[in-house]
Unconditional design. Structure first.
Length: 92
């Protein structure tokens, strides 16, 4: 599997199982919120990110994730994602 996905929190087992069939999956499983600096480190070499509304996906995170192709959120809404930067990064 060539794709790498990072999940910022626990998700239902069925969803995790589907992802592991198509990508290398790494997941934050601690009972505390994922610290921003850990998020920045863990997302450097990923292709996909599955985050929660509590995770700040800002320009720094997006720019440092050199291979990032997809940002998904396990929530309603996406106010936590810098969509302008994500759009710019796609066109670079």
């Amino acid at each position: 599997m060539d794709y790498k996905v990072y999940i910022t929190n626990k998700i239902p087992a069925a969803a995790l199982e589907m992802l592991t069939k198509v990508a290398q999956v790494h997941q934050w499983t601690e009972d505390i919120a994922l610290p921003y600096e850990v998020l920045a480190e863990k997302t450097r070499d990923i292709d996909g990110l599955l985050c929660l509304l509590i995770d700040t996906i800002d320009a720094r995170i997006i720019k440092s994730a050199r291979r990032l192709k997809v940002i998904s959120t396990f929530a309603v809404g996406y106010d936590n994602i810098d969509t302008a930067q994500a759009t710019r990064s796609l066109s670079e």
